[in-house]
Design a protein around this ligand. Sequence first.
Ligand code: C2O
Ligand code: CU
Length: 473
Amino acid sequence: MNEHSSQSPHARRRFLAGLAGLSALPLLPVRGSAVRAAEPVLVEARLTAGTARVQLVPSEYPSTEAWAYNGTLPGPVLRVKQGDRLRVRVENALKEATTVHWHGVRVPNAMDGVPYITQRPIEPERDFTYEFVLPDAGTFFYHPHQRGYEQMGRGLAGALIVEERDPPKVDREILWVLGDYRLDADASIRGGFGNTMDKSHAGRIGNTVTINGKVPQGPFRVRAGERIRLRLVNAAPARVFGLEFRGHRPWIIALDGQPVEPHRPPGDVVVLGPAMRADLILDMTAPPGSRHAVHDGFYRRLAYKLVDLEYGDETPMRTRASEPPQLRANPLAEPDVRNAERHEVLFTGGMMGNMRGLGRGMAWAVNGVANGCGDGGLPFEPLFVLRKGRSYVLHLVNDTRWHHPIHLHGHSFRVVARNGNPTRHKEWLDTVMLDPRERAEIAFVADNPGDWMFHCHVLEHQASGMMSCIRVT
Ligand code: C2O
Ligand code: CU
């Protein structure tokens, strides 16, 4: 396609081995900018899911036995450039089967990591190699899709960052993978995964919130005047975050990896449900030597301070902060909302709902059907069969008293309305938070063939009925 590109994928290969924690991956030394991406760069990595002892809580307390990728919590950051091809060999050193799902990445169906639907689960001591091209730049993450409520609850998750070809100018880029664990007094992870109480209420909300796998032990140091790009990933199984950067007004420049018109979130609070991501521009506009809390007040009775931002004494790098530029859009097909075919999706159940079927471990339903999916090895009937290339609007109705972050695999969608009112930003998401009793209309072109999971990302809800599948053919 491009005569300048004569290198084979082998010559342009990078291998991301032995990555520690949150270290950035080495980038190819030469990536000639004249060479357009006719042949994607191949990036290779290896992930081993197994048990590991990690220091989740401050060092005066015991360490914690977790389930981790490559022994670290969260797993290594996979960092590639838009258009690269990623090949990841996943080895299973757990005592149970697993898979890896590349949340938000528009992968071919066979690479989606859904047990029994897109692949056979990876049995203990076996491996599976995923390989796909990254069509979109943005902040994504990976996690198991097999008994996720326990496998993620014990720590399996990691960030996948797809860099823009022309990233916005900032002084620093920071990644916070937010975790939430339910620990006992000896810092061990408490059992009881998938109990009826968690299933039928808000899911397994923990008692220990972590940033990049650790309870913050000191302040996060910043410099006056600097501009930070903060990538946030909510890798918690159930907790919703509502982050307030006291004394600061963050800009949101991307949601779920997809660029959005830069805007201040309502009330300057960044709300992130499970599996959701946000890219923020944080201008450090406070004076040198000052200190400001990052506060999470999403659950009023469980409000807490996540960490402090602590300014050094240096003179400000700059005194004025301008509005950040808009990121370049990813190549998503624009839905024809006016002529789209419309379907309703009704979410019901939960404690105080009129749900039958709790007896067989189900607490929720999608259009009246409760699927526990996958884990039981049952491929099930799709909710809808969509024609490839056509536009669809799904009317999502949360007929419950609970929050549900609803995730569609294989596609990003625009949220075009909430409770009947057009949204301001028509944001592209892959996971849309439905507040109690809320309705949302999502629009997308069904352009990726296959059977795609469509489920709540509160993992106990997913496991107890709030799971379905959409076929694109
Ligand atoms: Cu993040 Cu079906 O998953
Ligand atoms: Cu839910």
